[in-house]
Ligand binder design. Structure first.
Ligand SMILES: CC(C)(COP(=O)(O)OP(=O)(O)OC[C@H]1O[C@@H](n2cnc3c(N)ncnc32)[C@H](O)[C@@H]1OP(=O)(O)O)[C@@H](O)C(=O)NCCC(=O)NCCS
Length: 174
């Protein structure tokens, strides 16, 4: 059974490190960033990041690290990191985790959810995943990660249930 929790215990950072490493998508320093963020959140040293964990039969198998952005309008959030353990990838856990996060953010009155991801081919399934979860591509920052790897910025409107591509039309109609 899949369950969710947002309070990190002291063993979660190590589990998060293992999940991040299992994906094969992140280099060593990225894996350490995930671990350190989780550790700081678990010990209440970090107010700018939060985690939502997905547990399958009591074991953490996926997580989202997210937070409210200080330099944007109120209610603007970003997903900073997202991973499903390699063994569980493609089982619907990531989508359920995103849905749960969206539900939580909507309950806080959040407006918009952003994320950044890579343009390189390895991330094509990830981009498809985000699009199938309801995110739309807003911008591309050329050469952000390296000369051949751009940063794709995606967003989801949390205030309305419609797709962002209709946002202009819908807002004009209100
Ligand atoms: C992206 C990620 C978090 C998605 O989590 P997940 O648990 O695998 O996602 P789901 O099983 O809910 O997949 C939802 C849909 O995306 C598709 N999908 C997700 N990852 C896929 C992959 N690697 N290859 C093919 N399809 C994939 C699924 O087939 C599914 O489609 P469907 O609902 O039409 O069948 C996970 O694949 C992952 O950890 N990837 C590596 C790290 C990464 O890219 N993180 C994001 C960095 S920005």
């Amino acid at each position: 059974m899949l369950t969710f929790r947002n309070k990190l215990n002291h063993t979660d950072p190590e589990t998060i490190r293992k999940i991040a490493a299992s994906t094969g998508f992140f280099d060593k320093s990225d894996v350490e960033v995930n671990y350190t963020l989780a550790k700081n959140v678990a010990f209440n040293f970090d107010e700018n990041h939060e985690f939502l964990l997905a547990e399958f039969d009591g074991n953490v198998v996926a997580y989202a690290c997210f937070g409210e952005l200080n330099d944007a309008r109120d209610g603007t959030y970003e997903i900073f990191w997202l991973s499903t353990h390699n063994t569980f990838r493609g089982c619907g856990i990531g989508r359920t985790l995103i849905n749960k996060l969206v539900e939580e953010l909507r309950s806080r009155g959040a407006m918009r959810l952003y994320l950044k991801t890579d343009s390189k081919a390895q991330y094509a399934p990830t981009r498809n995943f985000y699009e199938s979860c309801g995110f739309t591509k807003q911008a591309v920052l050329k050469g952000y990660y390296d000369d051949s790897d751009d940063c794709c910025i995606y967003a989801m409107d949390l205030k309305h249930s419609y797709d962002d591509s209709n946002a202009e039309y819908q807002e004009a109609a209100e």
